[in-house]
Design a protein around this ligand. Structure first.
Ligand code: UDX
Length: 480
């Protein structure tokens, strides 16, 4: 079945409204459209406005006659920052304000079920919004949860009750952060207290972020299946552990590579696609064109990290002192207390070796031949994008799942160096030099190997390719 011959299956996709979740769930939406499913993508009003403003998403999806966008409120006032440690407010407002609206929309006669399209026959909801399970069950349709984090991080979240029981959590003041943990089965040899998801650092178990991820993760078993943006070769051991508790898992990533591969199978040069919530500054591509091969380190801390002014200055000195060229994304309002702008005095003198933008076309940047390294916050999308582009990483995790990802990159997969919890110009300088020159040779082979495994997983007969086909079949057969 292709995108022009529609089945009766109609899937509703409902992401948690932040960049890293919306962009990869849009990729999944497009993959489902390519298989001829009807798809409705439910965005928060605010995210939808930004997508309309900064992307061509509407015209891109107009290729798929079975696709629609719908919008819903996230329940927060327009001027709420929705980033950094305030992201947790979105959980509460969605549960209180958005859930009843979502229920109304999904019930028979609700706006998601009117018009000429078949009624919604299945839901793919963000796995941190388990209230969708109750609503889908009330309507009598299956619900699949999509977690945007790594399988390893999901598994660490899953083990939190066990870590509380064993006394490992909450972390006590005199605890050694470098102590290995035995409570996350399969990860005993390398997971330290320091590498647990950042929410676990809360001294108090009533911390809202900690409570939300713990309880949402424990509810996953109630869904019909769990979709993960990963691939079997990368996270086999975590997937084995999770399957003991949640047997029906679809590992279908890396989604960006998967979509690219399926589009390329249909057309010679698929159009460039962006799901960015900020305006991409494409001048950096021209700048990269002028740089020599593998000479530039790309620096970006994702869509939610907030840097203190001190951290920004340490990174800046470290990068400049490394004498390497760098392309640095400094998102608007991402430096605490700094308002809109990068400090002017730092910019002077940067121009020789560095190029700064507010938001970059990251997938293209990582694929550019001039890029030889990535200083990243270890967000899961960024990690996968770096793996597929075969770019070694320096990890400086900020929060949530990133602490787990960076440990895997540095200690298990050997795809880079983990600089967790350190932000010092001397260390930054040394680690940049190591990555780009001195220790580069030891990274190249694992980086190249993982890139090949990632790419192989998404082509015909690859594991992610087969898992996606199984998901599509399961959605179709569950349609009454
Ligand atoms: C957070 C989590 O840490 C992440 O692991 C989770 O899966 C989603 O929420 P975020 O800070 O958004 O993520 O990081 P990441 O997952 O890496 O996603 C950022 C996305 O923005 C990437 O797809 C990246 O390509 C894109 N990006 C980033 C740009 O397109 N341009 C930029 O300049 C910076």
């Amino acid at each position: 079945m292709d995108s022009n011959s529609h089945s009766n299956s109609h899937v509703l996709i409902f992401p948690f409204p932040v960049q890293g979740h919306v962009s990869c769930m849009l990729k999944l939406a497009e993959l489902l459209c390519l298989s001829g499913l009807h798809v409705t993508f439910l965005n928060s009003d605010i995210i939808h406005r930004r997508l309309l403003r900064y992307t061509d998403v509407v015209s891109r999806f107009s290729r798929y006659p079975g696709f629609r966008f719908e919008t819903i409120s996230d329940g927060l006032p327009p001027d709420h920052p929705r980033s950094g440690n305030r992201v947790v407010d979105i959980f509460d407002s969605i549960k209180m304000v958005t859930k009843p609206m979502f229920r109304e929309m999904l019930l028979p006669g609700g706006c998601l079920n009117c018009g000429s399209r078949p009624p919604v026959s299945g839901v793919i909801a963000d796995g941190i919004m388990c209230f969708t399970i109750d609503v889908a069950k009330e309507v009598g349709i299956p619900v699949y949860l999509f977690r945007t984090v790594s399988a390893s991080c999901f598994w660490a979240f899953y083990c939190i009750p066990k870590l509380i029981e064993s006394g490992d959590l909450p972390i006590k003041e005199d605890d050694e952060m470098d102590r290995l943990l035995s409570g996350v089965t399969g990860m005993e040899k390398y997971l330290r207290l320091r590498d647990l998801p950042s929410f676990c650092r809360a001294s108090d178990l009533s911390d809202r972020g900690f409570q939300v991820v713990t309880s949402e993760t424990q509810e996953t078993y109630r869904a019909n299946g769990l979709i993960l943006n990963t691939f079997e070769d990368l996270e086999e051991s975590a997937l084995v552990q999770i399957r003991k508790h949640i047997p029906n898992i679809y590992a279908i990533g890396p989604l960006h590579a998967h979509l690219k591969s399926r589009l390329e199978a249909r057309m010679t040069s698929p159009p460039r696609s962006s799901n960015s919530l900020w305006e991409e500054d494409r001048t950096c591509m021209t700048w990269l064109d002028e740089q020599s091969r593998k000479s530039v380190i790309y620096v970006s801390f994702g869509s939610m990290t907030m840097l203190s002014r001190e951290e920004l200055i340490e990174f800046w000195y470290g990068l400049v002192n490394s004498r390497k060229k760098f392309l640095w994304v400094v998102r608007p309002n991402s430096v605490a207390g700094d308002g809109q702008n990068f400090p002017a005095q730092l910019l002077e003198g940067t121009m020789e070796r560095g190029y700064m933008v507010r938001w970059a076309p990251q997938e293209e940047v990582l694929a550019h031949p001039a890029v030889g390294g990535f200083l990243t916050h270890s967000g899961w999308n960024s990690t996968l994008e770096s793996i597929v582009a075969a770019v070694p990483m320096i990890c400086w995790p900020y929060y949530a799942d990133q602490q787990v990802n960076s440990r895997l990159v540095g200690e298990v997969w050997k795809l880079g160096f983990d600089m967790k919890d350190i932000c010092d110009r001397v260390v930054v300088e040394k680690i940049v030099k190591d990555l780009m020159d001195e220790k580069r040779d030891e990274l190249i082979r694992p980086v190249d190997r993982m890139m090949k495994l990632a790419r192989r997983s998404v082509v015909e007969d690859g594991t992610s390719y087969s898992n996606l086909n199984r998901l599509i079949e399961d959605i179709k057969t569950s349609t009454k």
